[in-house]
Design a protein around this ligand. Structure first.
Ligand SMILES: Nc1ncnc2c1ncn2[C@@H]1O[C@H](COP(=O)(O)OP(=O)(O)OP(=O)(O)O)[C@@H](O)[C@H]1O
Length: 295
């Protein structure tokens, strides 16, 4: 745990269950009401993803709730990013990648032949590990998506709204024509979030969005995630268990299992409310992982 994350730990509440690991979360997140998954945004049924002959992840059944933050955690190579990319058809862009089973989005098969993957990626945006602004102005970065989609009416308002939602407007409003690469790493990542928001997505997928950032910039992104979850469904891949515990409502723990041929395949081990996964997991493998005995 970083010193900053320790700094943010909420004081223990009387009667609160002791977690096997110290996983402080802001009180607001702890107290958040987490509705049941009656009408999930995503439902994967027996989702498996292969790269050529290699089955990277197998038989994942997962429901993701609307306007909830869902964290995917687990040791390196267990298929977290692969599953994340299956949720907006990003794996389509990887030669040899193949998705098996079903991924439904609001009950609709995301991989049906009539579904346009470009529209899928507009509605289900993605933020990557390394901030990747275009070498263009701050304004043009945010305006890029709306322009591509032909939504140029009210562009200034769209850019301002997206930068405001990404908690960056006050820092950049006087230098919108400046090159985005002049921003700090944390600002660049918030700009990438603004770029994603600018095309009015419903879901934001985040693949280790803070791993290239310092602790202060990380906390800003985590706070931002809490704000964004009022409006968007968020799925985050993170290596940082304290981060998963701080930001997410539900957590899916994956691991890699070795088959008879000695090949490793990712599997979903346990999925539940984050407080349960970190406080009272049912599977020994989850407990071993979150207590640091494995992985
Ligand atoms: N483009 C690809 N081509 C071939 N194999 C891949 C590709 N991407 C991932 N893999 C393999 O699929 C498996 C799962 O990878 P993935 O990146 O999804 O795991 P992860 O849990 O996100 O790992 P990490 O935490 O290290 O990022 C790994 O064995 C990886 O080597």
């Amino acid at each position: 745990m970083t010193s900053t994350s320790a700094h943010r730990e909420a004081p223990a509440r009387p009667g609160a269950q002791e977690s096997p690991v110290s996983v402080g979360r802001p009180a607001a997140a702890r107290d958040r009401e987490i509705p049941d998954l009656v009408h999930p945004v995503f439902e994967t049924i027996s989702l498996s993803v292969s790269y050529g002959d290699y089955m990277a992840v197998r038989d994942v059944d997962l429901k993701i709730g609307e306007r909830q933050i869902t964290a995917l955690i687990g040791p390196s190579g267990c298929g977290k990013s692969t599953v994340l990319r299956a949720l907006n058809r990003m794996n389509d862009l990887i030669p040899g990648a193949h998705v098996h089973g079903r991924v439904s989005y609001h009950g609709q098969d995301l991989y049906a032949s009539h579904i346009d993957p470009i529209e899928v990626r507009r509605r289900i945006g993605m933020v990557f590990q390394k901030p990747n602004p275009f070498p263009k102005s701050i304004y043009d970065n945010v305006a890029y998506g709306p322009r591509v989609h032909g939504r140029t009416a009210g562009l200034d308002e769209t850019v301002e709204r997206a930068l405001t939602r990404a908690a960056l407007w006050d820092e950049v409003k006087d230098k919108l024509r400046q090159n985005a690469l002049s921003l700090s790493g944390g600002q660049q990542q918030r700009l990438c979030i603004a770029r994603t928001i600018a095309v009015y997505p419903e879901v934001i997928l985040m693949d280790e969005p803070c791993s290239a950032l310092d602790p202060i910039a990380t906390l800003r992104i985590e706070d931002l995630m809490h704000d964004l979850a009022r409006e968007f469904t968020i799925v985050i891949v993170t290596h940082n268990m304290q981060q998963a515990a701080r930001v997410s409502d539900r957590t899916a723990f994956f691991t890699a299992e070795v088959d008879e041929q000695g090949v490793r395949h990712g599997r979903l081990v346990e999925y539940d409310r984050t407080t349960t996964i970190f406080g009272k997991p049912t599977d020994k493998r989850t407990e071993d992982y979150i207590t640091g005995r494995f992985g």
